[in-house]
Design a protein around this ligand. Structure first.
Ligand code: HEC
Ligand code: HEC
Ligand code: HEC
Length: 444
């Protein structure tokens, strides 16, 4: 009997706690509103909204490849399953046509939809919460004046029990800090403007900051490098591994055109970011670059010196080689025949007629895993802006896996002068299996 009593009390307590949690987790629905008439918004607000939407990459997650703009359905692979970007066109039934400004604003700032359900943080509201009222209004004006598209958002496919949205209240309690952007009193205005755009809107940290096991960005490791779609998003702090240190100018060029002579082309998930930023006013991108450069900080004198030497070699029409690392200095060895035949024609400065970066300058060869280099070789590099950089073909099928692994080894040790990667073949196999999605495939 005593046992039953204890059990009863335990169940009661559990029930009360769970009930309390549900009450805590609950948000009231916001009344539907009639879709706003097109002349509700002035042209200047809509135009600024378009620029803000480009900086916020709304299209990247809310549009399927080749599909109607913002109509949702894009599948985002996360370590917890697949989440779909929703239809955010002003369609009354399947989009957000009946959402008032208050409902839109609550979604952006608190991650709660019009009905009161918690939204998954794959929607980067942990950044958007920092947006100013004025910018949320402009985004609302832009979104609500798009063409409505009737397209129900597909169901998510998440590991049990994460499909149960009230659980997100717990996640938010642990990791979500709602609140506006707080400018740094010491920084210059342009740096603050850039910090605001990067942190509140462009959410660079969503890819470039590592995440903890529950998928939240690690606050203590801001910009220390993360992953996206099986690619490494390199560190953007003082640990950035680019052989030629980034400057505000090179960052601005790369972000806005997707290419910089000393750093190469944006590839993988970064392509879309740069393509969006090409539609954004130059001074906004310059401010973002200024802020990112300030987070990176001045390079150490030795690194700056090495960078200058690499650039000087390149400017004189020769291929710079790295002489750092534990292996033999690059370039002295006989070139690998696969490299010479398949890659050198474009990537060696002496022979290259096009804007391909000598691989001794490529960040991809200096990361802790060969992921990015292997992706480039397998998929090729297809810049969206053909004027900014020429194209690299895919070598999938042209080279065997064994040849690709040997090539990666050669580029890593002989051209970049870095210690060999562990398990290149294993990483290649994982990419092939498509296991590359989400995170956690570093071969460190
Ligand atoms: C990194 C991907 C990503 C980006 C970038 C992104 N979103 Fe989303 N968004 C999502 C996902 C995923 C959902 C659905 C979340 C869910 O189902 O809980 C969502 C949901 C929403 C919702 C709620 C819609 C609904 O029906 O519940 C709104 C509004 C929204 N996003 C607006 C925006 C705007 C505006 C931008 C650009 C400033 C933007 N999003 C950028 C991924 C993204
Ligand atoms: C037809 C010319 C061409 C050939 C051949 C070629 N590439 Fe490229 N590659 C490019 C261009 C153009 C880019 C984009 C600009 C840049 O980043 O240098 C690029 C980019 C890359 C990148 C990404 C660099 C970065 O920005 O991070 C890597 C890695 C790479 N190539 C490796 C190789 C390897 C390995 C081979 C041989 C299998 C090869 N490439 C063959 C033209 C070529
Ligand atoms: C969707 C994920 C994603 C977002 C969002 C994103 N990046 Fe990236 N970024 C990447 C990936 C992946 C790479 C590596 C591929 C490459 O080098 O092109 C990269 C590369 C870069 C590089 C080159 C680093 C180097 O040393 O070679 C810079 C600089 C950069 N990103 C800056 C930014 C900034 C600034 C933002 C915000 C405006 C941003 N990124 C947003 C994924 C992202």
């Amino acid at each position: 009997m005593r046992f039953l009593k204890v059990l009863f009390v335990l169940v009661l307590c559990g029930g009360l706690l769970f009930g309390g949690f549900l009450v805590y987790a609950h948000h009231a629905p916001i009344e539907t509103a009639a879709p706003p008439a097109a002349d509700t918004f002035d042209a200047a607000t809509i135009a600024r909204g378009a620029e803000l939407a480009a900086m916020g990459n709304c299209n990247s997650c809310h549009t399927v490849e080749g599909g109607p703009a913002l109509a949702g359905g894009r599948a985002l692979e996360t370590p917890f399953g697949t989440i779909h970007g929703s239809n955010i066109t002003p369609d009354a039934d399947t989009g957000i046509g009946r959402w008032s400004k208050a409902a839109f604003s609550r979604a952006m700032r608190e991650g709660v939809d019009r009905d009161g359900n918690h939204l998954y943080p794959a929607f980067p509201y942990d950044h958007f919460t920092k947006l100013s009222d004025e910018d949320v209004d402009a985004l609302y004006a832009y979104v609500m004046t798009r063409t409505p598209v009737r397209a129900p958002t597909p169901e998510n496919d998440l590991v049990f029990p994460l499909g149960f949205r009230p659980l997100l209240a717990g996640w938010k309690l642990l990791f979500f800090r709602p609140g506006r952007f707080a400018p740094d009193n010491v920084a210059r205005d342009e740096t603050n403007h850039g910090a605001y755009l990067v942190e509140a809107l462009a959410h660079c940290g969503a890819c470039h900051t590592p995440r903890n096991t529950l998928g939240a960005e690690e606050r203590s490791a801001h910009f220390a490098g993360g992953t996206s779609d099986g690619w490494i998003a390199p560190a953007l702090d003082h640990k950035n591994p680019a052989p030629v240190p980034w400057t505000q100018e090179s960052l601005a060029r790369y972000l806005r055109s997707g290419f910089d002579r000393h750093h190469g082309a944006a590839s993988g998930p970064m392509i879309e970011v740069a393509r969006n930023l090409s539609r954004v006013p130059e001074q906004d991108v310059a401010a973002m670059a200024r802020y990112v450069a300030s987070v990176m900080g001045e390079p150490a004198p030795e690194r700056a010196e090495k960078g200058r030497a690499l650039v000087a070699t390149l400017e004189s029409g020769r291929t710079p080689v790295q002489t750092t690392g534990s292996s033999a200095p690059g370039g002295s060895a006989v070139p690998d025949p696969i490299y010479a035949g398949a890659c050198g024609g474009c990537h060696d400065a002496e022979r290259g007629a096009i804007d391909a970066l000598p691989l001794s300058l490529a960040t991809a060869a200096r990361l802790e895993s060969p992921q990015n280099l292997l992706h480039a070789v397998l998929e090729g590099v297809h810049p969206r802006n053909p004027k900014a950089a020429a194209l690299m073909p895919s070598f999938d099928g042209a080279l065997t896996d064994e040849q690709i692994a040997r090539l990666a080894d050669y580029v890593r040790t002989e051209i970049a002068g870095e210690p060999a990667w562990r398990d290149v073949a294993g990483t290649l196999a994982k990419i092939r299996k498509g296991a590359a999605s989400g995170s956690g495939e570093s071969t460190k």
